[in-house]
Design a protein around this ligand. Structure first.
Ligand code: NAD
Length: 249
């Protein structure tokens, strides 16, 4: 039990096959009380109920500052304390650079990158007060290699922005006892691909993965658990690849 007596907030954790829900389940198994925040409020409540008693699910749009502030107030009131924040919510869109509209750009950057800022800002004052906290931020291999498989250039840009933001927050918040790290998964089998992953694409992708399989949500959840727990007490500003060797650098 790595998270006994801890509480965790995970954004984008309502999707049943998603990375966020896999992390929520694992954190709960390790003794944490979990708050699931998601754009899909009903899904968040259902997901929290599935974890058992003591967990909560709330509607929250990470791209909306006031929505993040309101969710943080509710979670802090319900739990009394928040030890862990996982900025996991994200969306993608497989388009080419010339096809990105202004609205696409803003939507993808707002959810994937600005959302990390807004939700972190909502919990940092509380963590500062307690002089403790662990924040994990979701980036992507797509930030490191200029595109994964399903993300367009706006997605790569937003996820690369997350790396800079996480590192800068790590530097600034370290003296307050708050650790901030990022994860960069390769291709993980969730519903984010919207059923567009064909068998042919899968075969091609596998050729570039030394471990010879696509990732599972649990592979990333395990890394979130490491970053959330005291096992990583001396780790901050780190970027952890979870990509089966798709990118080795
Ligand atoms: N699946 C992959 O291959 C992969 C690889 C690298 C990074 N990622 C990242 O992992 C994270 C989780 O993705 P997933 O694959 O589990 O996808 P998913 O689609 O299963 O889950 C994403 C969740 O985020 C929620 N969400 C979307 N917009 C939101 C908003 N504005 N506010 C709050 N919640 C919102 C969705 O409702 C959903 O529950 C994302 O940030 C994604 O970019 C995924």
């Amino acid at each position: 039990m790595l998270l006994n007596h801890k509480t965790a907030v995970i954004s984008g954790a309502a999707s049943p096959r998603g990375i966020g829900f896999a992390a929520a389940r694992l954190f709960a198994q390790h003794g944490a009380r979990v708050a699931i925040l998601d754009l899909d409020a009903g899904g968040a409540q259902r997901a929290a109920a599935e974890l058992g008693d003591g967990h909560i699910g709330l509607g929250c749009d990470v791209a909306d500052r006031e929505s993040c502030q309101a969710a943080a107030r509710q979670v802090i009131e319900a739990f009394g304390q928040v030890d862990i924040l996982v900025n996991n919510a994200g969306i993608t869109q497989p388009v080419k650079v010339m096809d990105i509209t202004e609205a696409d750009w803003h939507r993808v950057v707002d959810v994937n990158m600005t959302g990390v800022l807004y939700l972190s800002q909502a919990f940092i004052p509380h963590m500062r007060q307690r002089r403790a906290g662990s924040i994990a931020c979701m980036s992507s291999v797509s930030a490191q290699r200029g595109g994964g498989v399903f993300g367009g250039p706006h997605y790569s840009a937003a996820k690369a922005g997350v790396l800079g933001l996480a590192k800068a927050m790590a530097r600034e918040l370290g003296p307050d006892g708050i650790r901030v790290n990022a994860v960069t998964p390769g291709l993980i089998q969730t519903d984010i691909t919207g059923g567009k992953l064909t068998d042919e694409m899968r075969r091609d992708i596998l050729k570039g993965i030394p471990l010879n399989r696509l990732g599972d949500a649990a592979d990333v959840a395990n890394i979130y658990l490491f970053l959330a727990s005291d096992l990583s007490a001396y780790v901050t500003g780190a970027v952890i690849d979870v990509n089966g060797g798709m990118l080795i650098h």
